[in-house]
Design a protein around this ligand. Structure first.
Ligand SMILES: [Zn+2]
Length: 254
């Protein structure tokens, strides 16, 4: 896949969501790489490098941005539909195939030599299978740290690392923080978003927690109590406009 720098640059300036997952921007002045939709200030063009895959950005020494969180970008549709060797390898690596079967297993599955596989991936994506697999593990780990309460040790193994030591070292190397620091940071961001959220969002969150911990019949009654003030609130009177206005400035969801 060839990336046209002019097209990429325009997409970054416009924060064009159609390009989300299709490429990543490494910023040489900060050493951070971002999604095209990153809400941070657009860097100078001379400082931008474009990558077809997050793994290539990481292999070039860039760290994942903590604002746009590249691990949460939708996979590029190209990798999901293409039938060629590179795309099939990318899909298998994303599914953890290398963690379970090694690079040799991946090459065998694709019926090519390891050398050929490496050459094709470097030519198409800018990173070999080892680097891509490492990025896939780190992306899963960052997601699990931010979005679950799984103990850190469980996160390590669930994301495909073979030891906690290796997990700690990789996370620190790629983010500059320990796993616990990453989690604390993600929680702080979630709390900041919650503090700005409309009542209805908070009620929905509490309802989900309720259903998880109580039998449905009891959860139902408790949920009615949670939602009563929401129906009486200004949120309900004002409708979607109020919701839009209360979005925190860092919101990147669509
Ligand atoms: Zn970013």
């Amino acid at each position: 896949m060839t990336l046209d720098p002019d097209t990429c640059y325009r997409a970054v300036v416009a924060r064009d969501p159609r390009f989300d997952g299709r490429f990543f921007t490494g910023v040489t002045s900060t050493g951070i790489y971002c999604r095209p939709v990153c809400p941070a200030r657009t860097p100078a063009r001379a400082n931008m490098r474009f990558f077809a895959h997050a793994g290539a950005a990481e292999a070039a020494g860039f760290r994942a941005c903590r604002r746009c969180r590249p691990e949460t970008s939708p996979g590029s549709p190209d990798w999901n539909v293409r039938a060629d060797l590179a795309a099939r390898a990318v899909r298998l690596i994303a599914d953890g195939y290398v963690d379970a079967h090694g690079i040799g297993g991946l090459a065998a599955r694709l019926a090519v030599t390891q050398r050929h596989l490496h050459r094709v991936l470097v030519a198409e994506l800018g990173a070999g299978p080892q680097a891509l697999a490492r990025t896939a593990r780190l992306q899963t780990a960052r997601r699990l740290l931010a979005e679950t309460t799984l103990p850190v040790t469980d996160v390590a193994f669930a994301s495909g690392f073979s030891s906690v030591r290796q997990f700690n070292a990789s996370v620190r190397e790629s983010s500059g923080r320990s796993p616990s620091e990453l989690r604390a940071r993600a929680q702080a961001v979630a709390e900041r978003i919650a503090a700005n959220a409309p009542l209805s969002v908070l009620a929905a969150k509490r309802t989900v927690a309720l259903v998880a911990e109580q039998p449905l019949s009891q959860a139902y009654e408790a949920a009615e109590r949670i939602w009563e003030p929401v129906y009486r609130s200004a949120d309900a009177q004002e409708g979607p406009a109020a919701f839009r206005e209360k979005r925190p400035p860092t919101w990147t969801g669509r």
